[in-house]
Design a protein around this ligand. Structure first.
Ligand SMILES: Cc1cc2nc3c(=O)[nH]c(=O)nc-3n(C[C@H](O)[C@H](O)[C@H](O)COP(=O)(O)O)c2cc1C
Length: 348
């Protein structure tokens, strides 16, 4: 293994260890979901047994408006985690995000693993993943497309993580040319290309530029959950007091504002970043997300309670989402909108 590959492996290991804890949570800043309450309907007529949460994700019907956010890979533990997440996603019939495929690109050693992932995931949509810092440097996307094909990715996401790269020791914070690269990638890719942040959020302004470039889906991955500035600061043993720890746009704000673009563009909006309860997931959907997603809580549940624990967690969340739909008189996801949320400050 080259020195650079060894660095990636030890970085991924440290990321995993830190994300198993709550030490990397945002400190003061929150997702903003706590500012909302549900508009209780005392006159509900919803038939709770008839609520259907299934939805199409890029042409494939899945059982819940939820996906497993992209996580890790490149270490034996990371690969094992992805395999278990693939099995959980298959059992739940929900899309599965993969961690960055950068390592696989550099080692050419991943064919068998990717085939195991696809086998474990069955037919559920798989989301390939690569960093913006990598695509700006690529002369050809062919090797990347070959990887997408090996795992039979239905779509792929480019992660935009300027804050993380900026604070990471040996991070790659040169994103010059990213818009041009994204446009080229979208044009050449055989599958739809999505974009995501990793916890600092995507603004409506940025989302609009991405949509103009041809991006087919946006995962806002906003602030209030895992702080990747926090992860890198802890890795560097830098002070906890760093102001950048809490940098970013709250998830609820990103979803609400980016959803306004649906009037003009056709795209899939994924609301993530600090989705840690059924109530968070419900509010994300009500504010305009087509799908919601989580990362660190899924990892923590997997470590604590295994694959069965992940399956139970998501089933329990969406049983609760159905109860919230019942109590807000929302028979289906279409009628489960922001008009059924109130700002808590307005109810006192
Ligand atoms: C252990 C771990 C590894 C991650 N690795 C990746 C990655 O390789 N690519 C990526 O796009 N996002 C990665 N993420 C970021 C998540 O997809 C997500 O955007 C972020 O953690 C915010 O969601 P959360 O608050 O639910 O954790 C990772 C997250 C965790 C917890």
């Amino acid at each position: 293994m080259s020195e650079q590959q060894e660095q990636i492996v030890s970085r991924k290991k440290e990321h995993l260890e830190l994300c198993k804890t709550d030490a990397v949570q945002f400190k003061e800043k929150t997702t903003g979901f706590e500012q909302y309450d549900f508009l209780h309907s005392a006159l509900t007529e919803v038939k709770i047994d008839k609520i259907d949460l299934s939805k199409k994700f890029f042409g494939k019907k899945v059982s819940y408006p939820f996906l497993v956010s992209c996580m890790t890979g490149g270490t034996s533990e990371g690969d094992n985690i992805n395999l278990k997440l693939a099995q959980a996603a298959a059992e739940l019939n929900i899309p599965l995000g993969l961690g960055s495929m950068r390592f696989a690109l550099e080692t050419n050693d991943y064919d068998a693993h990717f085939m195991r992932i696809r086998k474990a995931a069955g037919k559920v949509p798989i989301i390939g993943n690569i960093g913006a810092a990598q695509i700006v440097k690529m002369n050809s996307f062919k090797p990347l497309f070959q990887l997408f094909e090996k795992v039979e990715s239905d779509v792929a996401v480019v992660h935009l993580n300027p804050l993380q790269e900026l604070l990471q020791k040996n991070g790659e914070s040169n994103f010059f040319g990213i818009k041009k690269s994204l446009k080229k990638l979208v044009k050449q890719s055989p599958i739809p290309i999505l974009a995501k942040e990793v916890g600092s959020g995507i603004s409506k302004q940025t989302a609009q530029i991405l949509l103009e470039l041809g991006i087919a889906g946006i995962d806002v991955a906003g602030a209030g959950g895992t702080s990747w500035a926090g992860v890198e600061l802890l890795r560097n043993k830098k002070s906890n007091e760093n102001s950048f720890w809490d940098w970013g746009l709250p998830t609820s704000f990103c979803i609400k504002t980016t959803a306004e673009l649906k009037k003009k563009y056709h795209f899939t909006l994924i609301g993530s970043g600090g989705i840690n309860t059924a109530f968070d997931a419900a509010k994300a959907l009500m504010l305009g997300a087509d799908f919601t997603a989580s990362a660190r809580i899924i990892l923590q549940t997997l470590v604590k309670s295994g694959q069965a624990g992940v399956v139970s967690l998501i089933r329990e969340w969406f049983d609760d989402v159905k109860k919230i739909m019942f109590l807000t008189d929302s028979q289906n996801l279409r009628s489960f909108g922001k008009e059924k949320l109130i700002l808590k400050k307005d109810s006192f």
